[in-house]
Structure formats: structure tokens, C-alpha cells
Design a protein around this ligand. Structure first.
Ligand code: GLN
Length: 306
């Protein structure tokens, strides 16, 4: 099997080359627009701990919305399922930063993996943690086994300066009573966790938790119970790609999460995790090369979760 993963990753690397110039790098966060658009990396880690990779798999990039999964896992580990009284578990069918749904659903975000949902998670984390930013970083470092992971302060500042829609969203949530803390404090945590930099290798390592019943494979530490892990995977499956979640399920067939930094991470429970990075995005904000690479992976392996 091992040599098969390696051969498949190399085939994929060749087959996605024609897509190299498709899509555009996220422009609305000026600091993100500076990234070299032609990068591509892919890293697969098996549940047994074997690594396979191609391209720029160890290069750091801004994980952006992928951080919402870490925020959700941390929140659930602290407050359990009570979080779902303040945020739903239904696919949104709208863009990640939509304000429309929030109005008619009275400030309860559809799910935790859209911006509004993640802001509610940040509000809870501020409530429960002594040093929310440091604690969040420590959590991600623990899951990935990489103590060097950190925020990119320039990206966080750039988003703070230009993220007018997110500011509007946080105040909107507050008007419905679904943000309890100071809005600036919530946004500061939100922008910082979006700015975390990781590589495909780090992401594959940290998501192994969700392929392993909520236990960190390398240390055996239990972060989530079996039922919580199942629920998080279900949320990723239904909501991990915004209004393209159906397409990702349809073509790839794994739970996963994307970010506008061009990263995607997905997992096959009990088998492997896989992360891709290609900064050019499609119109829905998902990496063009990453989506195709993962479709090719599950097709060539002949297995998805379905
Ligand atoms: N920080 C970005 C934002 O709030 C995250 C969006 C994303 O990755 N889809 O707009």
C-alpha cells in the first residue's frame, strides 16, 4: 500500500499541472494576495504514521478557515455539545461571509465552519480560556506535534484593517445577543486564529485526531470522545466547503475543510489524512488544484467514505 500512495501522489502532481494557472489568489486580505500563486504541495499521513508527499508540502501558509475546525474541536473539548445551542449544524448553502442568513435566523449561525459560527466559538473560548490566543496556539501545536507553529501578525493585522464585513458580522451577532464579550476582543482572536501558519505536513498530522476517534495518535491523549469526533467529521462533511460542500462530497467523498489561503485538509476515518495547498481559488473560495488533487486521490484509491 505504501508504495501505492507514493506512486499515486506523483501521478496526481503531474495530472493537475494543466490547472496551474486556473483561479485567483484571495485578494480581499491584501497580505494574502502577496503569495506566490504557483505553489503546490500535498501531504498524506496514514494512521500508522507513514508520510507521503509531493511539491511544497513543508512550506508554511495561512490556514485561514481551516482554523475553524481547531476552534470547534477546542470548544467542544471544553464545553461539550452545549455549543450547539448557540450555533447550528446545517449546511449554509451560502458563502462563508454571508450576512443574509443571520438576519432571518436571528443571529444563530447555520454552522461553526462559516465566519459567523467561528466568531461564536471565539466568544466561548474567550470565556473559558485564561489566555485565548496563547492557549489556542498551544492546542494546535499539541495536535500537530510542531511547537514552532505561530500566528502571522502581518496577516492578522491586514485582515483587521480591511475585514469590514467580518466587523459588521460580529456586531450583528452581538445585536442578537450571540456574542457576549467585547466585539474587538472576539475579532482579535478570530483574525489571529485565521492567520495561523502551517504546512500540509502539519495539517495532515493534526487532523489525524479526527481519523482516530478523537485521540492524538502519537501520544494517545484523548481530546474528543468517539461521539464528538463523529459529529465533527459530519460537520466537516456537510459544511467544510461553504456553498461547495455538496461538490466536494460528490467528487471527493471525504470530510474536510478549506481556507482562502489555498489549503484543504481531508481525512478518511481510521485510514489517513491528506492536506493540499494551492493558492489559486475558484469562485467559491476553494483551491482549484487542491479540489482536483483530492478528487484524483479518492478516485485512484477507489475508496471514499461512501
Ligand atoms: N479570515 C478569512 C475571513 O474571515 C477566512 C475565510 C476563509 O478562509 N474562507 O474572511
Amino acid at each position: 500500500m505504501s508504495s501505492r500512495y507514493s506512486a499515486i501522489l506523483h501521478e496526481i502532481h503531474t495530472e493537475i499541472l494543466p490547472l496551474q494557472h486556473h483561479g485567483t489568489v484571495a485578494q480581499y486580505i491584501p497580505e494574502l494576495a502577496k503569495i506566490d500563486p504557483n505553489k503546490f504541495g500535498m501531504h498524506l499521513r496514514t494512521i500508522e504514521g507513514n508520510d507521503f508527499s509531493v511539491g511544497n508540502n513543508e512550506e508554511l501558509f495561512s490556514i485561514q478557515s481551516i482554523s475553524k475546525v481547531f476552534a470547534l474541536a477546542y470548544t467542544v473539548s471544553l464545553v461539550g455539545e452545549t455549543i450547539f445551542e448557540r450555533v447550528g449544524v446545517e449546511p449554509s448553502g451560502s458563502s462563508f461571509n454571508s450576512l443574509v442568513q443571520l438576519e432571518y435566523e436571528k443571529g444563530i449561525p447555520r454552522n461553526p465552519l462559516i465566519n459567523a459560527g467561528a466568531m461564536v466559538l471565539c466568544d466561548v473560548l474567550i470565556d473559558k480560556l485564561r489566555e485565548p490566543k496563547d492557549d489556542m496556539l498551544a492546542f494546535v501545536r499539541k495536535l500537530s506535534g510542531n511547537s514552532g507553529i505561530t500566528f502571522n501578525e502581518r496577516v492578522a493585522a491586514s485582515e483587521k484593517e480591511f475585514g469590514f464585513r467580518n466587523v459588521a458580522m460580529a456586531y450583528f451577532l452581538k445585536s442578537f445577543g450571540n456574542i457576549h464579550h467585547n466585539v474587538d476582543e472576539v475579532l482579535d482572536l478570530y483574525f489571529h486564529i485565521c492567520s495561523i501558519e502551517m504546512s500540509c505536513k502539519d495539517l495532515a498530522a493534526s487532523f489525524l485526531l479526527f481519523a482516530n476517534h478523537g485521540k492524538i495518535v502519537s501520544t494517545g491523549e484523548s481530546i474528543l470522545n468517539k461521539s464528538q469526533t463523529k459529529r465533527l467529521n459530519a460537520i466537516m462533511q456537510l459544511c467544510g466547503f461553504y456553498d461547495e460542500a455538496g461538490e466536494f462530497s460528490f467528487t471527493v467523498g471525504l470530510p474536510g475543510k478549506s481556507g482562502v489561503g489555498g489549503g484543504i485538509v481531508a481525512l478518511h476515518p481510521h485510514r489517513y489524512t491528506v492536506a493540499t495547498w494551492g493558492p489559486r481559488l475558484n469562485a467559491k473560495g476553494n483551491s482549484v488544484m487542491g479540489m482536483k488533487a483530492l478528487e484524483l486521490l479518492t478516485t485512484k484509491l477507489g475508496s471514499s467514505i461512501f
